[in-house]
Design a protein around this ligand. Structure first.
Ligand code: HEC
Length: 122
């Protein structure tokens, strides 16, 4: 009786592990491949974007009453394409607007460069 119980519970643990690993695998594979495809500067820019910009430039999470929540600022996907848009974006990031803070004193110029590298592939 005891043996059966032990066998059953180890089978249970085995199954749980298999399910957990199967569930984890695609996500971790996806993450590592998307990481690998970013250059070091783009990855640094992505981190800065998530820390400093996403609060206003990505749709808010966890708004159960709103199925399609909008960000406070514009979504920037596809925005920074071409030299003109790039210099416009850099200027806004440095100086800010009435609704967006400027980052000229909050970020170093190499951090702004990294952000620009990421914005260009958004
Ligand atoms: C407090 C919210 C807020 C934060 C934080 C913020 N932004 Fe903005 N951003 C805005 C708003 C709002 C606009 C739209 C311009 C306006 O209405 O003044 C904007 C505009 C922009 C634009 C120009 C888009 C256009 O149409 O010209 C860029 C580029 C931009 N933000 C990049 C960034 C980056 C990069 C960061 C992080 C370093 C950031 N923003 C942080 C709110 C924010």
């Amino acid at each position: 009786m005891k043996r059966i119980a032990i066998a059953a519970s180890s089978l249970g643990i085995g199954l749980m592990l298999t399910v957990a690993l199967a569930g984890l695998h695609p996500a971790s594979a996806q993450q590592s491949s998307s990481r690998a495809s970013l250059s070091p500067a783009q990855l640094a820019g992505k981190k800065l974007f998530l820390q400093r910009c996403s609060i206003c430039h990505l749709p808010p999470l966890n708004v159960p009453q709103d199925p399609d929540p909008k960000p406070y600022g514009p979504l920037l996907s596809g925005f920074v394409r071409g030299a003109e848009k790039e210099s416009r974006a850099r200027n806004i990031i440095l100086k800010g607007t009435s609704r967006m803070p400027g980052f000229q004193y909050g970020l170093q110029s190499k951090q702004i460069d990294a952000l620009m590298e990421y914005l260009k592939i958004l």
